[in-house]
Design a protein around this ligand. Structure first.
Ligand SMILES: Nc1nc2c(c(=O)[nH]1)N[C@H]1C(S)=C(S)[C@@H](COP(=O)(O)O)O[C@H]1N2
Ligand SMILES: [Mo]
Length: 359
């Protein structure tokens, strides 16, 4: 088979999407990914990522070509934990809602489960994904179930000056800033307007099972449309405040530092990692008799289309895929200043190159 016939026979994942899949594609929270067909063989990538050196911070990274469903099974779903991984007793667990509210609340797990239940299918990606050669599958799609956050905040009665919502996990570690040592819980915040989004869930179920311990049992925050870091696990306390929260995961780590141009002058922009960016990857190349197919995933924004570029050389290597969103924005190439002038590893949504050999 030559490169021409490969290109001709190459189909992107739209070809394999079921009608149900196509309907789901309208959602901006969902990756378009890899249905598999009977009798097809997966051609392994030559450029397998190196071993994960993170020492337990990042775990359970799947190989893209092993995934065969739109939803990522819980046992193939990546995990990130920056501190300890608390084992929480659901009998004594309580969620507090406090700070600038008229009616502070304490909720048990049965009390949360008794509230309105909502499901959302959302693709969760770590913003560090593709920031290192070993970190290329820090992403998964699940059907998350829980109770919407907004009605609870309304019930607690946010005071007029309450503008910031801080979510604390029960996991904690020691931080040192300006020679001040402090024990800190994992915490992230959002503006009140962002927190009130009706898709946000206090989530207790993942793909139909109780939220697994490693994914934040008994309750985590799920904020569709945001990078992984905003989806606080092992949730313990929600606090309404009147000023920006500047903890490690808002203002020191998960800060993207990028050089930008303003009228010929280089300026440095530092921004907190927030909403997901447009991205795609080639997930696997399959063969069924003489037909090859490149199957990929695209996510982060409503996707209009995905394009793939294949080398014309003798190795017939499939290389770059890129996504185009509904507004016509194209996933940046790695030479684009948005990627090339970025000095921290988060938010690496550049076009992804993979290598394989077709025998
Ligand atoms: N409490 C707490 N929540 C957390 C984290 C953490 O370390 N502690 N890590 C965050 C990061 S960086 C990511 S990418 C996601 C990963 O979610 P997962 O482990 O369920 O895949 O959880 C987020 N929520
Ligand atoms: Mo992350």
């Amino acid at each position: 088979m030559d490169a021409h016939s490969l290109a001709r026979r190459t189909l992107l994942q739209q070809g394999g999407a079921s009608l149900a899949g196509v309907a789901l594609l309208q959602s901006s929270f969902l990756a378009r990914a890899f249905p598999s067909r009977p009798g097809e063989e997966v051609i392994p990538w030559l450029d397998q990522p190196p071993d994960n050196p993170s020492g337990g911070v990042v775990e359970n990274l799947p190989r893209w070509e092993e995934l065969s469903s739109w939803l990522t099974p819980n046992d193939k779903f990546f995990r990130v934990a920056h501190y300890n991984k608390p084992v929480v007793d659901e009998k004594t667990w309580k969620l507090e809602i406090g700070g600038l509210v008229k009616q502070p609340m304490t909720l048990s797990l049965p009390a949360l489960r008794a509230r309105l239940r909502k499901e959302v299918v959302f693709t969760l990606e770590c913003s560090g994904n593709h920031g290192f050669p070993w970190f290329t599958s820090g992403i998964g799609t699940a059907k998350w179930a829980g109770t919407p956050l907004a009605p609870l905040l309304k019930q607690a009665g946010v005071a007029a000056q309450g503008t910031e919502v801080v979510f604390f996990g029960s996991d904690a570690g020691e931080e040192e800033v300006r020679q001040i040592k402090m024990a800190q819980h994992f915490a992230r915040s959002m503006s009140m307007a962002d927190a009130m989004n009706s898709n946000n869930l206090l989530c207790y179920e993942m793909n139909g099972a109780a939220l697994p311990q490693a994914h934040g049992f008994p309750v985590r925050l799920i904020v569709p449309g945001w990078y992984g870091i905003a989806n606080v696990k092992w949730l313990q306390r929600i606090e309404i405040r009147d000023s920006r929260f500047m903890g490690r995961f808002m203002a020191r780590d998960y800060v993207t530092i990028r050089e930008e141009q303003r009228d010929g002058e280089a300026v440095w922009m530092e921004s907190s990692v927030g909403r997901t960016l447009l991205k795609s990857v080639p997930a696997k190349v399959t063969r069924r008799s003489n037909e090859h197919r490149i199957v990929g995933a695209a996510w982060g924004r409503p996707i209009a289309r995905v394009e793939v570029q294949i080398d014309q050389g003798p190795w017939m290597a499939a290389t770059i895929s890129r996504a185009v969103d509904a507004q016509g924005n194209v996933q940046p190439s790695t030479a684009d200043p948005r990627i090339a002038k970025k000095r921290t590893y988060w938010e690496s949504n550049g076009q992804d190159t993979r290598q394989l050999r077709l025998a």
